[in-house]
Design a protein around this ligand. Structure first.
Ligand SMILES: C[S@@+](CC[C@H](N)C(=O)[O-])C[C@H]1O[C@@H](n2cnc3c(N)ncnc32)[C@H](O)[C@@H]1O
Length: 400
C-alpha cells in the first residue's frame, strides 16, 4: 500500500470540489501546511479540506496553475492498471452502446474520470494525448490497460498539444504499442475519409461535430451553393455534396487540410461538386462579398478564438465579424450553420452575438437548431468549460 502525500486546502476551498468540480488551483492550497514544492509532478496525493477531512485523490503538478485534478472522491486511490481498466471500460462501454461504428472519442479527459487523457478511436487504432504530468507519468499503465481492454492494433501518442506547455511537458509525437498506419480511415454517414496522421491536426478528426454534421447534412442537400468555412478535411461540405448540394466551396488556411479535402472528394466521387481553397476565411469572405454571388448555406466552424478566459473579449469581436460577413453572403431564405468551440464563450452569449450580428447587417433570422458536442464528449455539470462546443443553425428570413 503506497503512502499518500497530502494537499491541504484553505478554508472553504473544498466547496467547489464537493459540488462536482475536479480541479484544485494552486492559490486554494494551504501551502504553509502542505507546501506544493515537496510534490513530484504527476504523482497521486490526497486532497484534504481545511479540517483535514478527505476530499479525494488527485494527480498533482506543483508547476501548474491547476495543481491537482481529482481522479476519485475517495482517498488513497492508487491509479493502477486495474484502476485504469475500470475507467477505460466504463468509457468504452457507453460509446459502444451509442455508436454503430468504432469511430469516436473514446476518452474525454475529466468527463470520463481520467483528467488530462484524451483517446480517439479509429477502428482498432487509437490516437491519444496525455495532456497532464499525471497522465504522462502513467502512460505505461494506460497502455497496459488498453491492451487488456480491447484488440489494439496500434496506439499513437499525439503529445504535441499546446496545453502541455502549462504542465511543463514537451511537445512530442511518439508511437505506443502495436502498429499505426500512416493513413487512417474514418467512416461518417456514407462517406469514407482518409487522414494522414502526421500531417493532421490534434488527434486527426473533429469527432465532436460528428452528430451535428449528420443532423444538419439533410438540410444542405438541396442547396445550389454551399460554403464550408474552416473546413479542415471538408467533413461538413462533403456530406452536403453527397446529399445533393450542387457546389461546395471548402476554405481552410492549412495546405495539408486542403489537400486532404481534394483527395477525399475524389475518393468519394464528389470532385465535380467540391472545390478546396487554401485561404484565410476573412479574406475569402471579403472577396466573395465583392462579387454578386450569394450562397444558399454557409458553415462557419472556426478554431477556438478564446482558448483562455482572458481572450473572450477579442474572441467575441472576431466571431461577430465573421458571422456578419457570412450572413451578408447568404441569400434570403438561406442557412447559416455557425459554431464556437471556445469553452469560455457560453451558449447564451453566442446566441446573443449571432442575433446582434444579424441585425447589424440588417437581416432577420430564426434559430432552427442548437448544436452541441456529441455524446462521446460528455459534460460535467459543475464544470461549464467541459461544455465547450456550441452551434446554431439559423435561417435568414426572406422578408420581415
Ligand atoms: C475547428 S477546425 C474545423 C473542423 C472542421 N470544420 C470539421 O468539422 O472537421 C478549424 C479549422 O480552421 C482552420 N483555420 C484556422 N484559422 C483559419 C483562418 N484564419 N482561415 C482559414 N482557416 C483557418 C484550421 O486549419 C482548422 O482546420
Amino acid at each position: 500500500m503506497p503512502t499518500f502525500d497530502a494537499i491541504c486546502l484553505k478554508k472553504n476551498e473544498d466547496r467547489r470540489l464537493r459540488g462536482g468540480h475536479l480541479w484544485v488551483f494552486s492559490n486554494e492550497v494551504d501551502v504553509g501546511a502542505t507546501p506544493l514544492t515537496g510534490l513530484v509532478a504527476g504523482q497521486a496525493a490526497n486532497v484534504l479540506d481545511a479540517d483535514g477531512r478527505p476530499v479525494g485523490t488527485a494527480l498533482v503538478n506543483p508547476r501548474s496553475l491547476i495543481c491537482a485534478r481529482l481522479i476519485s472522491r475517495r482517498p488513497d486511490v492508487e491509479p493502477s492498471v486495474e484502476w485504469f481498466l475500470g475507467r477505460l471500460r466504463s468509457a468504452l462501454s457507453i460509446r459502444e452502446r451509442i455508436f454503430d461504428q468504432p469511430f469516436y472519442r473514446m476518452v474525454f479527459g475529466e468527463s470520463d474520470g481520467l483528467p488530462g487523457l484524451v483517446i480517439d478511436r479509429f477502428g482498432g487504432v487509437l490516437v491519444a494525448q496525455a495532456n497532464t504530468a499525471g497522465m504522462e507519468r502513467l502512460r505505461p499503465k494506460i497502455e497496459q490497460a488498453l491492451g487488456q481492454l480491447m484488440r489494439l492494433e496500434g496506439l499513437l501518442w499525439r503529445n504535441d498539444a499546446a496545453v502541455r506547455d502549462f504542465e511543463g511537458l514537451g511537445r512530442v509525437i511518439e508511437p505506443g504499442p502495436g502498429r499505426v498506419p500512416e493513413k487512417l480511415a474514418v467512416i461518417e454517414g456514407d462517406l469514407r475519409f482518409e487522414i494522414d496522421l502526421m500531417a493532421s491536426q490534434k488527434t486527426g478528426w473533429y469527432f465532436d461535430q460528428q452528430a451535428n454534421r449528420q443532423r444538419v447534412w439533410p438540410l444542405l442537400g438541396d442547396c445550389e451553393r454551399v460554403a464550408d468555412l474552416y473546413s479542415y478535411h471538408g467533413a461538413w461540405g462533403l456530406g452536403a455534396a453527397a446529399l445533393g448540394a450542387a457546389h461546395v466551396d471548402c476554405v481552410d488556411s492549412s495546405l495539408s487540410a486542403v489537400n486532404a479535402i481534394r483527395d477525399n472528394a475524389r475518393a468519394n466521387g464528389l470532385e465535380e461538386r467540391v472545390t478546396a481553397v487554401r485561404q484565410d476565411v476573412d479574406q475569402w469572405l471579403d472577396e466573395q462579398l465583392a462579387t454578386k454571388v450569394r450562397l444558399d448555406a454557409v458553415i462557419v466552424d472556426p478554431p477556438a478564438f478564446a482558448p483562455r478566459s482572458r481572450d473572450v473579449k477579442a474572441a467575441l469581436t472576431a466571431y461577430r465579424r465573421i458571422n456578419e460577413k457570412a450572413l451578408r453572403l447568404i441569400r434570403p431564405g438561406g442557412l447559416l450553420v455557425t459554431c464556437s468551440c471556445s469553452s469560455h464563450v457560453f451558449e447564451d452569449r453566442f446566441l446573443d452575438l449571432v442575433g446582434k450580428a444579424a441585425r447589424h447587417v440588417d437581416r432577420d433570422v430564426q434559430v432552427l437548431m442548437r448544436l452541441e458536442q456529441g455524446p462521446d464528449h460528455p459534460v460535467i455539470p459543475a464544470m461549464p468549460v467541459s461544455r465547450y462546443l456550441k452551434g446554431l443553425v439559423v435561417r435568414v428570413l426572406e422578408t420581415f
